[in-house]
Design a protein around this ligand. Structure first.
Ligand code: ZN
Length: 358
């Protein structure tokens, strides 16, 4: 912004776009992020007169001195929340369409705002103020990667990002979710968190079909029921498998709807992640599917990017005894070792390369 009326500051490392917007609002003496966005927009129209009027992400990218694409990759949750889309929702270079940018560019991936008290302390020590991290807003994330013993705090407010994290620490709206260390160290929770972070780090969106085909194929090979939407109380669903494998206290916070259904009932938001015509926005279901269907994110992305034609695997209804042994195999799977988790850097390397050449 070149007007001089607005104070600009660039986004910090892993700073979340809505938090960046909030920080700009504070510096400009505005109390709500929505009001400041309006001011930013009219100010831009007044001084620049471009058509179409920039969307919120573009306005923030200007304030940061980045192009809009770089800003979306580094500061929004779009790489996670719109990880795979229908062709018409992507632009030619595999980037989110303008419609998606407007609709979803400033959306968080779960209600509230999450922050780590240890990060706040370090920020204040080094910068004099704290800021909102994008990676802390990912679903299922309740501990800080940098401070594994620090439980993230959750701000239950309509506009958490209008204040800096430090100003929420002693506020009654700030919640500490009780979760045991067993849950923090649960291998599937760790893998799920790793999966969401890898999706975020990929920084672009895949064609939904590219993702769906290997995902469904591997799920069928693993014996995970991806039978379509016929309701049947006799056969477990993918969502039942998740409910059996993931710790209850964690799943209740991450996706409580899984407990609203009955056993065998098709839960579209999760179960359709493994069925061809899935809704484009089901990133949570996709993350669960990637976590369960592949041994590691390296394998996942190698398979996705190989774009092989997959031989047809017959869909079979999963019987209860097979379901129980599947649950056991996930809970004892030898592949879920520390060694796998330590390959994260290699994963990221592969991922960047694979996606660049995809
Ligand atoms: Zn931290």
């Amino acid at each position: 912004m070149k007007s001089g009326l607005i104070v600009d500051v660039e986004a910090l490392a892993d700073e979340y776009a809505e938090g960046h917007l909030g920080r700009l609002a504070i510096l400009n003496g505005v109390k709500s992020t929505a009001s400041f966005l309006d001011i930013l927009s009219s100010e831009h129209q007044r001084c620049c007169d471009v058509d179409p009027t920039p969307n919120p992400v573009e306005l923030l990218s200007h304030a940061s001195g980045l192009n809009a694409l770089e800003y979306m990759k580094l500061h929004t949750l779009l790489p996670f929340s719109c990880f795979a889309l229908d062709e018409e929702k992507r632009s030619v270079d595999s980037i989110w369409s303008r419609e998606i940018q407007i609709l979803r560019g400033l959306h968080t991936s779960r209600p509230g705002g999450f922050f780590c008290v240890e990060c706040v302390k370090e920020d204040i020590q080094f910068r004099g103020f704290s800021y909102w991290r994008r990676s802390h807003q990912l679903p299922g994330k309740f501990w800080c990667d940098k401070h594994p013993n620090s439980h993230l705090l959750d701000v239950d407010s309509k506009d958490p990002f209008a204040r800096l994290p430090q100003n929420w620490i002693n506020d009654p709206a700030t919640i500490y979710h009780e979760l045991s260390l067993t849950t923090r160290d649960h291998p599937m929770v760790i893998r799920f968190n790793e999966c969401c972070q890898t999706m975020l780090d990929a920084g672009r969106c895949l064609d939904k079909r590219t993702l769906r085909s290997p995902l469904t194929h591997n799920a069928l090979l693993a014996g995970i029921n991806v039978y379509s939407s016929t309701y049947s109380a006799s056969y477990p669903r993918f969502s039942d498998l998740l409910a059996a494998i993931f710790p209850t206290e964690w799943l209740e916070l991450t996706y409580p709807f899984i407990y609203d259904k009955s056993f065998g009932e098709f839960l579209p938001s999760i179960d359709s992640s493994l069925v061809g015509k899935a809704n484009a926005y089901l990133s949570l279901g996709t993350a669960f599917a990637l976590t369960l269907v592949f041994d590691s994110m390296t394998t996942a992305f190698q398979t996705i990017n190989a774009k092989h034609a997959h031989p047809k695997v017959l869909r079979k209804k999963l019987k209860l005894d097979a379901f129980n042994s599947l649950v056991d195999s996930f809970l004892q799977k030898p592949g879920f070792s520390l060694e796998t988790f330590n390959q994260l850097n290699i994963c990221k390397h592969h991922l960047t390369r694979d996606l660049t050449t995809a």
